[in-house]
Design a protein around this ligand. Structure first.
Ligand code: AMP
Length: 483
């Protein structure tokens, strides 16, 4: 979220959405889908189900999907053949349950639930106007503006009300929505966040990523297109395109880090793309070394690509402990710094006496890199060369991925040479923007019409940052990066 009052406890970031229509045990299927999308948000999750009796029932909680929905009684309390769910990752303060999605409202036309992945850039501006018109906000998520805009719309059908609302919001959104007549999936005109349509037996699925289709045995039908609304009802899916067509700008960081490696996004298998990024990096920034070591888990495919291209052995020289709970490492800054050590340990046998190339996907604040380089040196590496499978992160994301303000972004404040010194590496290199574009299947970056949203590397914000540019916008709060 781009501009929010300091008291706003929960920005809305980095989420996963999943919905089903005409599927037996819909809530249980949604819980599985959310589990596969857990990487998109670990703070809280919720499901809203539509019963055969026409009643909507909801269950939400803080924590991981498995913890919230493992009790059979919880799922039994969500009967029906249609449901939507949401995973949430929030960045500051304590997660207030009122902010956990899906959001639900009883409108004059009936119940309506919505789950949002992305971030609206004019939510505060809209909220101010809506509050002046008498709307009573129940949460502090940007997503609640959808609910109020739909409520006050003068259009007659639910779909037209939704379209009316979407035409007023700016920002990134991939939505799953549910009312008693249909499951709806919608993507913003630039298609910043992913959203796919799947088929499950006689029913239909909408999901943030294909890995969530796989877990429930659904088949991939197609990506929901940028600017498209897909309405699934008794007669199957119907496509509506209410916006003027514009060139899409899918988030390139989904390819680098955010999407799960077994997902296929925008027609590109993520795992293969990450290996190609690593290979590009090896061509652009070669260095003599004995071993290529990924910073697990996200650095693994890029390190494999680098190692293969460079002809240097790949080894798991760092082992990740998967049982470090976020809640354990979050509470204080001191503990958060400890987090990296809790999470990663050096595999000395693979490192000692060797020249090591470390591959990670990004440097944000630099905390991880600094700790890892030190750890690898302490394990006996004779040289440590850091290679990063993204260009330097110089700008904050305002479209749904949690990044700190620029003041806290290492690459926004230091040259690459300075960064190398700060993290203690013998050398440091990032993939170029053109190399990245090549790895994800383009000829390079066309500056006049970039194929992706790459604002975090370029500052080229394709969607206006309306709230942020407001003269009375409150100062942006400092953010914590996911530990
Ligand atoms: P830092 O330690 O602040 O430099 O963060 C870099 C590390 O955080 C890398 O290892 C990335 O894999 C990871 N990372 C990058 N972007 C994000 C994000 N938006 N949320 C959580 N982790 C991230």
């Amino acid at each position: 979220m781009t501009a929010r009052p300091p008291a706003d406890d929960k920005p809305h970031e980095e989420c996963g959405v999943f919905g089903v229509w005409n599927v037996a045990d819909a809530a249980a299927v949604v819980a599985l889908g959310l589990h596969a999308l857990q990487h998109r948000g670990q703070e809280a999750a919720g499901i809203v189900a539509l019963g055969d009796d026409g009643a909507f029932r909801a269950h939400k909680g803080r924590g991981l999907v498995g913890d919230i929905f493992s009790d059979a009684k919880v799922i039994a309390g969500l009967p029906g053949r249609a449901a939507i769910g949401h995973n949430r990752y929030a960045t500051t303060g304590e997660t207030a349950i009122r902010n956990v999605q899906p959001l639900y409202a009883d409108f004059a036309f009936g119940g309506f639930a919505v789950a949002h992945n992305g971030n609206l850039t004019n939510a505060m501006t809209l909220k101010r106007e809506l509050v002046q018109r008498g709307c009573l906000f129940q949460s502090s998520t940007d997503s609640e503006v959808f609910v109020h805009l739909i409520a006050i719309s003068r259009c007659s059908t639910v779909l037209d009300r939704l379209i009316d609302a979407l035409k007023q919001v700016q920002g990134a959104y991939s939505l799953a929505a549910l009312h008693d007549g249909a499951l709806i999936g919608a993507r913003d005109p630039l298609g910043v966040r992913p959203l796919v349509l799947g088929r499950l037996h006689e029913g239909w699925v909408i999901a943030s990523e294909t890995c969530a289709l796989d877990i429930v045995g659904a088949s991939f039908v197609r990506d929901i297109e940028p600017g498209e609304i897909v309405v699934v009802d008794g007669s199957g899916p119907r496509s509506v395109k209410p916006f003027a067509a514009v060139a899409s700008r899918f988030c390139i960081f989904e390819h680098i880090y955010f999407a799960r490696p077994d997902s296929v996004v925008e027609g590109t298998p993520v795992y293969a793309a990450r290996k190609r990024i690593g290979a590009e990096l090896a061509r652009e920034a070669p260095v003599a070394a004995d071993v290529v070591v990924p910073v697990p888990d996200s650095g693994v495919p890029a390190a494999m690509g680098y190692a293969a291209e460079a002809g240097i052995p790949f080894e798991l020289g760092i082992i990740r402990n998967h049982y470090v709970g976020r809640t354990f490492i979050e509470p204080t800054d001191q503990i958060r710094h400890l987090g990296v050590k809790l999470k990663h340990s050096a595999n000395r046998a693979m490192i000692e006496g060797r020249r090591v190339i470390l591959v990670d996907d990004s440097i944000v604040r630099g905390t991880t890199s600094r700790k890892i380089v030190e750890m690898v040196r302490n394990a006996g590496a004779t040289e440590v060369h850091m290679r990063i499978s993204s260009p330097p992160t110089t700008h904050s994301c305002h479209y749904g991925i949690d990044t700190p303000e620029r003041a806290d972004l290492m690459a926004a404040n230091h040259s690459v040479a300075e960064m190398a010194r700060i993290i203690g590496a013998d050398s440091l290199a990032f993939i170029s923007l053109d190399g990245l574009y090549r790895a994800v299947g383009r000829a390079g970056r066309d500056a006049a019409a970039p194929a992706f949203c790459d604002a975090c590397f370029t500052g080229d914000y394709a969607i206006p940052l309306t709230d942020r540019e407001r003269p009375d916008a409150p100062p942006a709060p400092r953010r914590k990066l996911r530990a």
